[in-house]
Design a protein around this ligand. Sequence first.
Ligand code: NAD
Length: 257
Amino acid sequence: MAPLISSPTTGVIITGGGSGIGLASARALAEAGRPVALWDLDTESVQKHADEIASEFGVASIGEGLDVSKSALYEPAIKRARSELGSLGGLVHCAGVAHPVPVDHLDEENWDAVLDINLRAEALLVRDLLPDLCQNEGSAVVGIASINAILGNGANPAYGASKAGLLGLTRSLAARLAPEGVRVNAICPGYVDTPMLAPAFEHVPGLRESMESQSMLGRLSRPEEIARVVRFLLSNEASFITAEHIVVDGGVVRAQA
Ligand code: NAD
């Protein structure tokens, strides 16, 4: 087999890096030698995990407590990441909320909150990171969408729309950034065992088992199984993949086809 293609060593910003898929992605990237900036609402968690990553993997790692729906906060945080990580050549937009409200009770506040965090933040972050992404060879962006982008979500239209929108945004950003050598992709996870699902498991008896049985593999995904695909898409191993989404769901979508 051909040797692995050498990959960029530039820093990566991971939104939602304080928990679940974002934290697992930060760890996977750090393991591959990438400096990481973990951004999350939960300042305490993100700083603790950033310190652990720095000592475990020996890379620069910083934690930034920040609300990604407030784009005025990006610039100082990017400045800090650029200076402490050396350079920036990657973005993983993983921060996300479900806030399930069916269409019967939908209001503007719910819609805006979900769309601003899950979707708008990636567009505005790429806007502010453009100079770094374009300057550094091998730069790439990964957005964490969901199988809800494909299947919809009858109980949560704002979430389904935000994730479907992320696939459209991915293709639009990819078209704009391809001439600059920057790739943009998305991942559609199925059901992943993270704190996001915990409240639903608590309130809906049998939900966990139902989700497990929807997967051909008969179980939920571990966050690390999504993180490995994030790491792949940010590496030069994925040098000819752009404007694409990869479904990582243990066969949930195909089982319904
Ligand atoms: P999680 O709750 O463990 O992590 C989400 C993180 O995002 C949390 O640390 C939270 O504090 C952070 N966050 C939320 N709002 C934020 C804001 N405004 N600013 C900054 N940070 C904010 O959940 P997870 O499962 O790891 O979710 C990560 C992503 O994966 C989300 O976008 C989610 O929609 C997506 N996803 C999850 C699943 C699943 O089954 N868990 C399935 C498909 C897609």
